[in-house]
Write a protein that binds this ligand. Structure first.
Ligand code: SF4
Length: 322
C-alpha cells in the first residue's frame, strides 16, 4: 500500500488551502515492482520522509533554489524521452528491432501522454478498468457513481475513452474477419455480427474524441467486451448476464473475471477457437513434463480437455455471413 499526500483539494477547517497537503484517504494498491521502485527512489534520496522525486537529488542544478521542490513537469518530460531512448538502445543491442519504440508523429510524449499510455495498457487487461480506477485513485467515485455515469470529467472521461476505443478496435477486427469468411459461434453470435457491422459503419474502428466514445457506449448493442482469459466476446445484456449474482441490478458492465461458460451473452470467433486449441496444447505439454506432480498434471489435462471441447463446439456451431 502506498500512502501519500494530496495538495489540490487540501483545505483546513476554515476552508483555506492547506499548502502542507492532507493524507490521501484511499491509499494506492501497488504491485511489487512499484514498491521496489519506491524503495530505490528512497535510497537514492537517502531521506525516507522527503519527496520521491526531490529536485535537489534528481536534478542537481542550482540545488539551493530547488530544496524542498519536486522535479518540474518539463524535466519529467525529458526523463520520459530519455527512458524511450534507453529502451531503444537496449532493444537494438539485443537485436530486438520489433520492440524499438518508433518516433512519434505527434511530438514529445510528455507526462500526460505517458500517463495515458499506462492507462491504455492497464485498461486492456481483464478487469483492467477497475484496476485503472484503483491505480488512479478514483475507486470510490467509480463505485458510487457506477460505470454508466457521464456526469464527471477526469477519470470517467478516461475510462469512457479507453473502454470505447477497445470496443471499437475489437469490433472492427471481428467485422473484417467476418467479411473474410471467418465464422462466429455461441448464443450471442448474431448479436456480435450485427454489432461488428454497426460499429464499422458508424465509427470505422476509430474513436478519436470523448464525444464519440460516449456515443458508442450509449448504444447498448455495441456493449461488446473481449474476455481474453475465457477466449470469447461478451455481448453484454444485463438481463441475461450470469456474472452478477443479483441480476437485474444496476451494474452497467460485465464482471469478466466471473464469466460463466453457459451465459447467453457469449459469442466466439474462429480466432478465439484457434487460441483455445493452442492453450489446450500448451497445457498438455506442461502436463507431460516430468517436473509436474501428478495431481497438478491431472488438473492441467482436465482444463485442456475443457478448452478442446469448447473449440469443438465452436467448429460444430459456427455461422458465417456468406
Ligand atoms: S457471464 Fe460472461 S458473457 Fe455473461 S455477461 Fe458476464 S462476462 Fe459477459
Amino acid at each position: 500500500m502506498i500512502y501519500g499526500r494530496q495538495f489540490k483539494v487540501a483545505r483546513d477547517e476554515d476552508g483555506n488551502h492547506d499548502s502542507a497537503g492532507v493524507v490521501r484517504e484511499a491509499p494506492w494498491v501497488a504491485v511489487p515492482q512499484v514498491v521496489t521502485a519506491v524503495r530505490v527512489l528512497e535510497r537514492l534520496s537517502g531521506d525516507h520522509d522527503g519527496l520521491l522525486f526531490a529536485a535537489e537529488v534528481h536534478d542537481p542544478r542550482d540545488t539551493e533554489r530547488r530544496i524542498g521542490r519536486s522535479l518540474a513537469i518539463a524535466t519529467m518530460s525529458n526523463r520520459v524521452e530519455d527512458f524511450t531512448e534507453w529502451v531503444n538502445t537496449y532493444a537494438r543491442s539485443r537485436g530486438r528491432q520489433a520492440e524499438v519504440i518508433p518516433p512519434d508523429p505527434h511530438g514529445r510524449v510528455g507526462t500526460g501522454r505517458f500517463r495515458r499510455t499506462l492507462a491504455w495498457h492497464i485498461a486492456r487487461r481483464p478487469g483492467g478498468l477497475v484496476a485503472l480506477a484503483v491505480q488512479y485513485g478514483h475507486m470510490r467515485t467509480l463505485i458510487s457513481q457506477g460505470y454508466g455515469s457521464r456526469t464527471r470529467g477526469g477519470i470517467h472521461d478516461l475510462l469512457d475513452f479507453e473502454t470505447a476505443r477497445t470496443v471499437a478496435e475489437h469490433l472492427s477486427e471481428v467485422h473484417e474477419a467476418i467479411q473474410g469468411g471467418y465464422g462466429v459461434s455461441g448464443p450471442a453470435a448474431r448479436r456480435l455480427i450485427h454489432a461488428a457491422a454497426q460499429e464499422h459503419h458508424r465509427f470505422g474502428g476509430m474513436i478519436a474524441t470523448v464525444k464519440q466514445a460516449r456515443r458508442l457506449l450509449a448504444d447498448p448493442t455495441l456493449n461488446v467486451f473481449e474476455n481474453k482469459e475465457a477466449f470469447l466476446f461478451c455481448n453484454y445484456d444485463r438481463s441475461k448476464a450470469l456474472c452478477h449474482p443479483g441480476r437485474g441490478g444496476k451494474t452497467e458492465a460485465p464482471s469478466l473475471d466471473r464469466c460463466r461458460s453457459n451465459c447467453a451473452n457469449i459469442a466466439r470467433t474462429d480466432q478465439q477457437a484457434r487460441q483455445l486449441r493452442e492453450a489446450a496444447g500448451s497445457l498438455r505439454q506442461q502436463a507431460d513434463s516430468r517436473l509436474v506432480p501428478e495431481p497438478l498434471a491431472d488438473r492441467l489435462r482436465e482444463r485442456a480437455e475443457t478448452l478442446s471441447e469448447l473449440a469443438d463446439k465452436h467448429d460444430a456451431d459456427r455461422v458465417t455471413t456468406g
